[in-house]
Design a protein around this ligand. Structure first.
Ligand SMILES: [Zn+2]
Length: 240
């Protein structure tokens, strides 16, 4: 009996400690929301190349280096799906890679926001997946954003939604829309603390589809996990 009581009080103490540390050290979207993120990283308020932004198609410039966003093909792998407290995140064991301007970036993870963070002419898409890649040599990050709009059911989303807390079999490329040749590109930042800059953003113009039920299922986890759009300052946004 004593042992049980001791165990219970240790558990209670640990959960109090966990709550306290969550309160202090964790950023969020309502409590400790974007207006407070500079308490976690100065770059969130002092940076001048932050993401997300609103893309105005009429004000974009043509791509100064024309290249294809080349994705490695047929990567079938296992992936861990977790709810990390900010998003539903999928970490493939072997993510495959993209070739951007002749450099190879490996896919580290992808995660979802309940509405798109970037807007196009002020329009926010129903959902977005951010595919976070890293340059194998320079370690620079490149994020490929896949917008979702309501339409037919998307098999990979069912696989992910059913796999939260588990390992699933996946081909990360199944998340991509048919057309990956057209996109907006600019240099921005992570959209969450530490808001680090020098991140290459590739926003695919063609949205992928997700059914109404799937969008609602994701939003049961997260709906307001979007950072407000940031100032563009003197950055140019490329489009092809
Ligand atoms: Zn994201």
């Amino acid at each position: 009996m004593k042992k049980i009581l001791l165990t219970l009080s240790v558990v209670a103490l640990l959960s109090v400690m966990a709550m306290a540390s969550e309160d202090k050290s964790d950023w969020g979207y309502s409590h400790n929301g974007p207006a407070h993120w500079d308490e976690f990283s100065k770059a969130c308020s002092s940076g001048n190349a932050q993401s997300p932004i609103n893309i105005i198609p009429g004000k974009t410039v043509s791509m100064n280096h024309q290249f294809e966003l080349h994705m490695s093909e047929n990567i079938h792998t296992t992936a861990k799906v977790i709810d990390n407290g900010h998003s539903i995140k999928v970490t493939p064991k072997v993510g495959g890679n993209v070739e951007l301007n002749g450099e190879i970036f490996n896919l580290l993870q992808f995660h979802f926001h309940g509405k798109s963070e970037h807007t196009v002419d002020g329009k926010r898409y129903d959902m977005v997946a951010h595919l976070v890649h890293q340059n194998i040599k320079t370690k620079q990050l490149a994020v490929v954003a896949v917008f979702f709009e309501e339409g037919e059911n998307n098999a990979i989303l069912d696989n992910i939604l059913g796999g939260i807390g588990k390992n699933i079999r996946i081909d990360p490329q199944d998340i991509l829309p048919d057309d990956i040749a057209h996109y907006y590109h600019y240099i921005g930042s992570l959209t969450t603390p530490p808001c680090s800059e020098n991140v290459q953003w590739y926003l695919l113009k063609m949205p992928a589809k997700a059914s109404k039920d799937q969008i609602e299922a994701f939003r049961k986890y997260y709906v307001d996990n979007e950072r407000p759009v940031q100032e563009i300052h003197n950055r140019s946004i490329e489009s092809n």
